[in-house]
Design a protein around this ligand. Structure first.
Ligand code: SAM
Length: 267
């Protein structure tokens, strides 16, 4: 297969990448045949997967708006993905024009495409880093150049923790990020769970065993643990579309989102 000119050298065109599969499910153009075929296989098991992806993305936008309304003007978006409509910095800056965002991803396409989009935006940057190494992220000069960790920050962990297996200790990684954040900071996260039609979710997770990052399905209790001692804001940990829907009818059938969403504050 030939590599398109927008793709950086060194990417593997034979293994589906969760970032590119997610991009395809959202209707984006930065994906390859291997990703599209994989997405179709997941869709055969979970016909609502594309809706779930859009629901997840819509939550990110509501959570960023919520945090900006609380005065948060700096964000660390972990596992930020391939930029898609409504980037975090655009949403935040619509409310707080000086808002700053550091995007973090370990997928080359996600990072390269973000660099392209952000090249004329001094208030946002992207680094190629792995959530499993929070020390590297926190010590990044690009982070220091953009964010002030002595002030409250918005940590975003949307649909990324499922791609960090327990053996890589995601709880410790997230705890390290929480510890680095000042009081008044928020954390927003989404995570697939085995509740509702959990059998289906597990089947999809089985397919991801052959992708670049495997997928862990965690229980409600396990997802809650990522918030540590931070206080969940109303309405707590809910099905993703039920977290502060813009209109009540958007809350829809929560279970079809396959994932829980929540936002918590460091007191
Ligand atoms: C499903 S996408 C979610 C994108 C975005 N957060 C959103 O919710 O719209 C998951 C992203 O997490 C990234 N990712 C997975 N494991 C990661 C890790 N260990 N470190 C950094 N990024 C990771 C993938 O490359 C992908 O871009």
């Amino acid at each position: 297969m030939t590599t398109p000119d927008w793709a950086p050298p060194g990417i593997d065109l034979d293994v589906p990448s969760p970032a590119r599969v997610y991009d395809y499910l959202l209707g984006g153009a930065h994906n390859f045949a291997v990703d599209r075929e994989f997405a179709e296989r997941v869709t055969a098991v979970i016909p609502t997967i594309a809706t779930a992806a859009r629901t997840n993305r819509a939550f990110v936008q509501r959570a960023v708006t919520f945090m900006a309304e609380q005065g948060i003007d700096q964000f660390l978006d972990l596992g930020s993905g391939i930029p898609t409509v409504g980037h975090v910095h655009e949403i935040a800056q619509a409310l707080i024009p000086r808002a700053r965002v550091l995007y973090v991803d370990h997928d080359l396409i996600a990072v390269t495409h973000s660099e392209l989009i952000l090249k004329d935006t001094p208030t946002a940057d992207v680094i190629n880093a792995d959530l499993r190494n929070p020390k590297d992220i926190l010590a990044s000069p690009r982070l220091a150049g953009l964010l002030d960790l002595s002030r409250p920050i918005g940590l975003l962990l949307a649909s990324v923790l499922p791609f960090v297996p327990d053996r890589d200790n995601p709880l410790a990684a997230v705890a390290e990020l929480r510890n680095a954040a000042a009081p008044g900071s928020f954390i927003a996260l989404t995570h697939v769970i085995p509740e509702g039609d959990g059998d289906t979710t597990r089947k999809a997770a089985g397919l991801y065993q052959n992708a670049a990052d495997s997928m862990a399905v965690r229980t409600r209790e396990e997802v809650t643990a990522f918030f540590g001692d931070w206080e969940l804001v109303e309405p707590g940990l809910t099905w993703t579309p039920q977290w502060r829907p813009r209109r009540p009818e958007q809350a829809g059938n929560g279970e079809s989102s396959l994932a829980l969403a929540g936002v918590a504050i460091k007191k």
